[in-house]
Design a protein around this ligand. Structure first.
Ligand code: SAM
Ligand code: SF4
Length: 461
């Protein structure tokens, strides 16, 4: 019998991938995804703990779910299993159970392969049998997930690495996701082949520290990310490859060479720097300084001159002075980023930075983030404007907001729209002449018929 499964995903792309895999795990039990929590047989909130706001959102959403559960269970026979998964579950599982009596199940990012057992227990339960599973099991979750992945979009995520051993002083990831782990190379190749057979043309490799990847190769040796990218680019029908999120410390020569040699590897790299001041970077335990970041960017751009960068920034880290913040602004002016995520520092319980003295007052954080975001927005718009009049290959993925509009991504991750193409153009890589440059997107006109396997438009000065 078909059962309705509602999954809500918060936070990063890894959570998007995990939610998809949870659906794959539950499909054999008859659970089919639905778009609304009302009336669902199971609701999973796949949560994020990276900043306080993200975690708080979960508690406010649970208030709404409570009403749906009451309505569903009003007749005394139907049941709605409410589960909280992901990093809030991992970090605050017991507290969550205490605060929210209607939550039936709490499980962390490393245990969702055990979902069938948990669901069976919850369904069998007479009265309340509440389940909490936030272990870091010795067995690898990836070995226990279904070998078959379901059909994804034309652009899909593929997790290759998980966890982190870097312990930046502000970050919860090493505590919620656990130690660094890389999947065997051939498992990744097989998953990529399946995705391509099911229609995917672009794959983004995921990991909290994706370029720390060091998975077992088929013949005993280890594969680096550079090697894995080379192997993946041999797959026919896979036209575009990306990877995220990288750590500057783990950019090695092999990876730089991959950017030089592989046309399928898109000329866009998300390389978080966090801050421009060496003093702050050291207090963050980032294991790189401003000079080494600049050096890496120079090497990458020598290898791939059209490479464009995006980054993550934290402002208001404990002890950040006006001068430290100016170093961040200068770094942005010097390097230039075409996209970026910037955050006010959010103290996370249990992390070393949350106990540091000299926490920066909220109004100072606000003033700094506004200045930083204004500069980053300026750089993004300037890059978009430079694209005017150029031709770019765009992978069309979905319908746009306007009637007859299709939207996809440029090689540089800019959303780009075009009008007047038939529905059948979805999933095609088309060459557009860019005629419109907005702060966050581009518009274009078709230059010629859909192309297969064409190298990305390179060189935007
Ligand atoms: N592994 C990546 C790296 O090394 O940069 C980042 C992973 S984290 C999921 C994504 C981003 O969230 C970080 O790059 C950082 O900018 C931000 N972040 C993490 N902890 C934060 C905190 N306590 N307060 C504000 N932003 C934070
Ligand atoms: Fe968090 Fe990234 Fe630092 Fe790891 S490297 S602790 S995931 S910010």
């Amino acid at each position: 019998m078909t059962k309705k499964l509602f999954v809500k995903t918060y936070g990063c792309q890894m959570n998007v991938y995990d939610s998809q895999r949870m659906q794959d795990v539950l499909a054999p039990l008859g659970y089919q995804p639905v778009d609304d929590a009302a009336g669902a047989d199971m609701v999973i909130l796949n949560t994020c703990h990276i900043r306080e706001k993200a975690a708080e959102k979960v508690f406010s959403d649970l208030g709404r779910i409570r009403k749906h559960k009451k309505a569903k269970e009003a007749n005394g026979t139907d049941k709605m299993i409410v589960a909280v998964a992901g990093c809030v579950a991992q970090a605050e599982g017991a507290e969550l159970m205490r605060r929210e009596p209607m939550v039936d199940m709490v499980f962390g990012p490393q245990t969702y392969h055990r979902l069938p057992e948990m669901v069976a227990r919850a369904n069998r339960a007479v009265g309340r049998d509440r389940i909490i599973d936030t272990d870091f099991p010795a067995e690898e979750k990836f070995d226990h997930l279904p070998q078959q992945v379901s059909r994804q979009g034309y652009s899909a995520f593929l997790a290759i690495q998980e966890g982190c051993d870097k312990f930046c002083t502000f970050c919860v990831v090493p505590y919620t996701r656990g130690a660094e782990y890389s999947r065997p190379g051939m498992d990744i190749i097989n998953e990529a082949r399946q995705l391509v057979e099911k229609g995917t043309r672009e794959i983004t490799l995921l990991g909290q520290n994706v370029n720390a990847y060091h998975g077992d190769g088929p013949n005993g040796g280890e594969w680096t990310l550079g090697r894995l990218l080379r192997e993946l680019s041999e797959i026919d029908g896979l036209d575009r490859i990306r990877y995220t999120t990288s750590h500057p410390r783990d950019v090695d020569d092999d990876l730089i060479a991959a950017h030089r040699d592989l046309p399928k590897l898109m000329p866009f790299l998300h390389l978080p720097i966090q801050a421009g001041s060496d003093r702050v970077l050291q207090a963050m335990n980032r294991k790189h300084d401003g000079a080494s970041y600049r050096e890496i960017v120079t090497k990458l751009k020598d290898a791939c001159p059209d490479l464009a960068l995006s980054s993550d920034f934290i402002v208001g880290f404990p002890g950040e002075s006006d001068k430290d913040f100016e170093d961040t602004m200068q770094m942005v002016r010097d390097i230039t980023f075409i996209q970026a995520f910037s955050f006010k520092y959010s103290p996370r319980p249990g992390t070393p930075a949350s106990a540091m003295e000299l926490q920066v007052p909220e109004p100072v954080k606000t003033e700094r983030i506004m200045r930083l975001q204004a500069l980053l927005a300026e750089q993004q718009l300037e890059f978009n404007r430079k694209c005017l009049g150029r031709e770019m290959d765009v992978l069309l993925e979905r319908h746009g907001k306007l009637e007859g509009q299709l939207v996809g991504k440029s090689p540089y991750m800019q959303p780009a729209h075009v009008s007047g193409l038939p529905e059948s153009a979805l999933g095609q890589i088309v060459r557009l002449k860019i005629t419109e440059a907005l702060p966050n997107s581009l518009g274009g006109e078709l230059v010629d018929a859909p192309v297969q396997n064409r190298d990305s438009e390179r060189k935007i000065a």
